[in-house]
Design a protein around this ligand. Structure first.
Ligand code: CP3
Length: 319
């Protein structure tokens, strides 16, 4: 999840004076930052250090990732002309991704590396709003009011996302996650009509590769069935829906990922342990489970608690 490393002093030290997008374009930094949480926490998989905005930056969109704010786009995209200026992504646009992943796969040995990309709705929201948004009002205005622009934007973003994932798979990533983090802002009907066709297309194109595909969004209790219908092998669940209920909402043979509330890590350890036991117990109703938090690690999380949590999950799940 986003910011797993941000709670670490060694991460903050390495990033001192290096802007986020610059760090994402330097293979040495990508490799080191990806490995830091693996070393510290002994997690079972590494998540590639990058950001969902990296491929958009790589094709020339003027954007920045501001600390404490998130992605900010200089000229929001709200018409057909601006949409058509979004060109396709080529592997040569992100040579640092290929280089870093090859190196990481060597260093990680048998430990899997999870690659990722942003989902089409979430990328569209940043581009249309120009930055983080609570209500996604410009995005919805365009989706409802200018369907031809919406369709063109979703097609282009889906192709960019697919290519970004392909580059990562080609370099050796062993699983991929599609983060359509903000789709929870949509009703099931709107999701089905305006986003599902594009996510389905991305997952269908990925089917030719032998890698598990994970699909995640925040606040998606009402959309879990549709997120699995898009074609994912694993659906990520935030903390709002217990995993046994989530298991009934997804298609058969779909595994679940999640879903400890990241804020619970601030409670006394006895509560953390109790909630973790609850997640693990409810996950038995699912056809496969990847233990995780329900969203990103909060930056002020105590690394010692995360360390203890990973150790605890390992003990509780050891056969
Ligand atoms: O923990 C990791 O290193 C995993 C790599 C990762 C990052 N971004 C690095 C990052 C991943 C998987 C992401 C995905 C991402 N980026 C998502 C989808 C996942 C999710 O959390 O829902 C989204 C929505 C973004 C966009 C984005 N980038 C936001 C909203 C922010 C937070 C801004 C802030 O400071 O609060 C970022 C910045 C970002 N991406 C950071 C990291 C480690 C923090 C930047 C910093 O340390 O300066």
């Amino acid at each position: 999840m986003r910011q797993a490393g941000r709670s670490l002093p060694e991460y903050r030290k390495l990033r001192e004076g290096v802007p986020m997008l610059e760090a994402c374009a330097r293979p040495d930094m990508i490799v080191e930052i990806t490995l830091q949480p693996v070393r510290r926490y002994n997690v079972d998989a590494a998540i590639f250090f990058s950001d969902i905005m990296v491929p958009l930056k790589a094709i020339g969109v003027d954007l920045d990732i501001k600390p404490g704010v998130g992605p900010v786009v200089a000229e929001p995209i709200r018409d057909l002309a601006a949409t058509r200026r979004l060109r396709g992504l080529e592997p040569d646009d992100v040579p640092y991704v290929t280089e870093a992943i090859r190196e990481l796969v060597r260093e990680l040995g048998s430990r899997p590396l999870i690659g990722f990309a942003g989902g089409p709705f979430t990328l569209a929201s940043y581009l249309i709003e120009g930055g983080p948004s609570r209500h996604h009002e410009h995005t919805k205005a365009l989706m409802y009011g200018a369907p031809e622009v919406w369709t063109e934007l979703m097609r282009r973003l889906s192709a960019i996302t697919l290519e970004f994932l392909r580059v990562q798979i080609a370099a050796g990533a062993s699983a991929v996650q599609l983060f359509d983090s903000w789709v929870g802002a949509l009703s099931a009907e709107d999701y089905r009509a305006n986003v599902l066709p594009y996510s389905s297309w991305i997952f269908a194109q990925l089917a030719e590769f032998d890698v598990p595909r994970i699909h995640f969004g925040v606040g998606t209790g009402e959309l879990l069935g549709l997120l699995s219908e898009a074609g994912a092998d694993v659906v990520g669940v935030d903390w709002r829906v217990p995993l046994d209920q989530a298991a009934r909402r997804v298609r058969p043979h779909t595994a679940l990922q999640g879903n400890l509330d990241p804020a619970v890590l601030f409670a006394p350890w006895s509560v953390v342990a109790e909630r973790t036991d609850d997640v693990l117990a409810r996950a038995k109703a699912a056809e496969g489970h990847v233990f995780n938090l329900g969203h990103g690690v909060l930056p002020t999380t105590d690394p010692a608690v995360l360390e203890r949590l990973v150790e605890y999950v390992h003990t509780q799940t050891a056969n």
